[in-house]
Write a protein that binds this ligand. Sequence first.
Ligand code: NAI
Length: 722
Amino acid sequence: MTDTIRYDRGADGIVTLTLDDPDQSANTMNRAYAASMSAVLDRLEAERDELTGVVVTSAKSTFFAGGDLPEMARATRADAPALAELLGTIKRDLRRLETLGRPVVAAVNGSALGGGLEIALACHHRVALDVPDSRLGLPEVTLGLLPGAGGVTRTVRMLGLAGALTTVLLTGRRMRPIDAQAAGLVDEVVATPAELLARARAWIAANPHPTQPWDRPDYRMPGGTPSSRSLAAQLPAFPATLRKQLKGARLPAPEAILATAVEGAQVDLETAFTVETRHLIGLLTGQVAKNMIGAFFFDLKAVNGGATRPSGVDVAPVRRVAVLGAGMMGAGIAYACASAGLDVVVKDVSPEAAGRARAHAERLLARKVRKGRATEADARAVLDRITTSDRVDALAGCDAVIEAVFEDPALKRSVFAEVLPVLAPGALLASNTSTLPITGLAEGVDRPADFIGMHFFSPVDRMPLLEIVVGGRTGDAALARAFDLGRRIGKTPIVVNDGRGFFTSRVIGRFIDEAVGMVAEGVPAASVEQAALQAGYPTGPLALADEVSLTLIQRIRRQFEAAGEGVLPLPAHRLVDELVDAYDRPGRGAGRGFYGYADGTRGRLWSGLADLTTDAGRAVPFTDLQERMLFAEALDALRCLDEGVLRTETDANIGSILGIGFPAWTGGVIRYIRQYGAGPAGFAARATELAARYGDRFTPPADLVDRLAASATRPAEAVSAA
Ligand code: NAI
């Protein structure tokens, strides 16, 4: 098996272990690592008398990436014994390292996430190099897993139950080195690689006989163990807090992490390791981890790696961006571009209106500086890249324009006509419209091949998704440039074809329609909200509808109707019309919608809702409430695939999770179909049942099962399985 760890003993008796898997660009906890580490420990133990200490570092730009996700994604119940053995070996050797009787220091030269941090935690001392993109943490929970190479057990013993759970394990936070130091995961942070090794050696010299805190006779777990009186009283609050954080959703990984931490805190170290392994294997052989690894590892890598960017199209990168409209979206887009080092010129109808883009950037930058995420000089440099104006000639020489004026096709056409003459020749022409077909907007310009949709999400600085919309006449070069620009500003770009509402706005519309429809039928509004939250949606649909504004929802529906793009009359539409037109409850902006708002804070659901429904107090099984929302979106996503609006399942999965809040545990809207029941057949059977009870919109496409079965293995996962 490949040797993944180099062993170098210096004249001073210090052994440097260099993690360097020759077969991969990053080190992972695969079988080769396990075998290499066992061999290393045999040798360290054999040479112990001649050693003064050990430094663990890496030859990669990152320290160590984490678990072997392709292998984990394939795990079945039959693999459980082999996995238990592998985890046992990995843990045994890390334990041998920390009990070697010689000082062991981790010289963390780059990101140490998951397994990487677990190796570092088995060292007596951790020094981290402060490189800009280095991140440390245990993000397993975000993949439906738990840190099973001692990560739960050791963080609980280092930080105490409450500290480990809230700062590290349940959040999965990826911390910068200085934040990891503040959290107690790292002892020292240094600025240069030379200092990194020098500090590691200095620590070894000063601490010839260290032991881990938990191996000392006077060790006490910070905050106490579950059997100590102080902690016992707080313990019942742990699951309650978790439930509140998850808004009632039942997710296996956080629950397993909580159980592992609490159970492990009551037993000796070895038993705690066993508890950890068993809970991890439970997760690994379950469906949710597979869904999440599929989406957040395979799909995300494929999307960000450019799977849908036209290949072999070499285009000039964008350098100077014109943003039209300094509203919520324009200001956000300008900030994102300037933060990525691009020059930006923002134009609005008056200097004051345009100036809001700068004010927005100033606010965000001040917060960054306050939190230590940027220096004053960085902030100034970003601001200096943003120019604002009400004059068209200020846009001279821009090689891309992103339009974000009001959602009005005539206005959009006129602003493009106005700016085209001053832009650089061949400039990329992009619209941030959220619903208007791109092909139609492109009719207003003389170079439709350069026209494309770049649909950002609000708030732009925090939402990672970019939906690139290819119009009927958009060329490959424009697509490639828009894709590269999206990547440059740190977004995850999915690529879809044109259609009203494209993919995201259209499918989220089905979610809101279904939810509002249930209220119209007489299901208590609070039950609808709860059903969505417990299904794993980040926001209840009625709160979301208020946020979007019912007036906008109404307007979008009317645009669909006006365009003759058949919208079935649904009970939801009647309810929205009544709320807006008869009761003047247009949404959050007005302080009244499904909810009431006081000083911008959401209050209670409006008590008058029940009077507007056909069958007040109607009882629909809770699972049906949840699945009506999930299925409404999934079935419409399938239609998007059929109609060619969606080009790939991968984009559907990533777009649904990152853009419109489809529950992350599903691994995305199409994967939800694949994993439901016994696969697509189970989904189709359940959809048929929902159709019989609630309406034809749930009738599944006749060839659904065959179609999904025909492409059963997802490309990215198939490649790594080979
Ligand atoms: P907004 O109302 O906050 O901003 C629109 C801005 O355009 C205003 O500052 C207005 O003064 C400016 N404007 C109007 N006429 C102009 C002209 N002739 N030249 C230059 N500027 C002009 O609107 P928001 O929310 O920023 O939306 C803008 C676009 O982004 C719309 O097409 C919308 O559908 C789309 N969008 C909105 C999202 C959201 O969550 N609000 C999400 C994604 C896309």
